[in-house]
Design a protein around this ligand. Structure first.
Ligand code: SF4
Ligand code: SF4
Length: 332
């Protein structure tokens, strides 16, 4: 843990993040809204049970058209809890009809929420890839970050998924877990952590999973506020900048992904979306993507000091560390 004596804001000079450009587009990552059954302290979208922002049906109807027009390979659904959107299941079914991989960024506790009793079966039937946050295999650490009782309910969700074949050796149903540090540190090496998770979750609870993704915390939104109140924001930013690894620039997730907010507006990634750094170029929203035919390769990406959160150390993305055994996380 860093000492709680922050660098004064007036003295801090952030390093300039290098220019980066897009490769071919393969993933549409859609935030269906900010309503969530949890209110985690590290949530970079400030989601929670009282948030009202949800994607309108007319906006949602554009998504399958965009997937088809740009021949995309993956629809990555996030939120809030994306499953709380009334149109979630229809959208999944439409994307799967197009033979597109669908990722559900699932908080696990949603699987035991009232009215969601058949959610796990639905995900399994549709062969949806589940990516689920589990920042530790110790109950106390999970509950501290994600709320009282979350660990116990996460285990219930994981058991449901395992029972349906998720995360089991030889099964196609993918269950990836996501680790992020408790505080302002870089995550440990992903492969080493995955081994520890596999051993501990099996020995303690009989739980299996496919891969572990290890991500750094982004110094924005709720986590930034927490860093400010504990006097650690600029020291954490300095830590990220000092650990910048330029090799990670080749595989940051924004090279192959467009992020869509609940209103249908476009961003280079979910973090830019939360900071309202809109995409550069001729398109602003999903409708524009249907009106025009955009060539994505070589288009510039909007970057800022938060981007060091993606390139520090082994790197971070929606698909985990960027330096894990040379695997492009978008291909995992
Ligand atoms: S479960 Fe996810 S979206 Fe919901 S509050 Fe926690 S981090 Fe945010
Ligand atoms: S924060 Fe977004 S734009 Fe910046 S490097 Fe990461 S993915 Fe790319």
């Amino acid at each position: 843990m860093l000492p709680p004596n922050d660098i004064p804001a007036s003295e801090y000079r952030s390093a300039v993040f290098p220019e980066i450009h897009r490769d071919a587009l393969r993933t549409l990552q859609v935030n269906l809204g900010y309503r969530c059954n949890q209110s985690c302290i590290h949530c970079h979208v400030n989601a929670g049970p009282t948030r009202q922002e949800m994607m309108e049906p007319a906006t949602m109807a554009l998504i399958p058209k965009v997937l088809a027009k740009y021949e995309l390979q993956c629809l990555d659904l996030t939120g809030g809890a994306p499953e709380l959107h009334p149109g979630f299941r229809d959208l999944v079914i439409q994307a799967r009809h197009l033979n597109i991989e669908v990722i559900d960024r699932c908080n696990l506790t949603i699987l035991t929420e009232p009215g969601q009793d058949d959610l796990a079966e639905f995900l399994a039937q549709q062969r949806v890839t589940v990516v689920a946050s589990l920042p530790c295999y110790e109950a106390e650490n999970v509950d501290q970050q994600r709320g009282d009782g979350v660990f116990k309910r996460s285990l219930l969700g994981l058991r449901q998924l395992n029972h349906l074949g998720y995360g089991q050796p030889g099964e196609e149903l993918i269950l990836n877990l996501v680790f992020n540090p408790q505080g302002p540190q870089l995550p440990p090496p992903q492969a080493q952590l995955e081994e520890a998770y596999r051993k501990e979750l099996m020995q303690r609870y009989g739980i299996q999973f496919t891969n572990l993704f290890s991500l750094a915390n982004m110094p924005i939104q709720r986590f930034a506020k927490q860093l400010i109140s504990s006097g650690q924001l600029y020291r954490y930013q300095q830590l990220l900048e000092a650990a910048h690894n330029s090799q990670n620039l080749n595989t940051v997730m924004c090279r192959n992904l467009i992020s869509v907010n609940w209103q249908g507006k476009l961003y280079d990634c979910d973090f830019n979306q939360q900071l309202n750094f809109q995409l550069k170029g001729p398109v602003d929203c999903l409708e524009d993507l249907l009106k025009l035919k955009v060539q994505w390769t070589d288009r510039p990406i909007v970057v800022g000091s938060h981007c060091f959160g993606c390139t520090a150390g082994d790197g971070s993305s929606c698909g985990g560390a960027l330096q894990s055994a040379g695997v492009n996380p978008e291909q995992k």
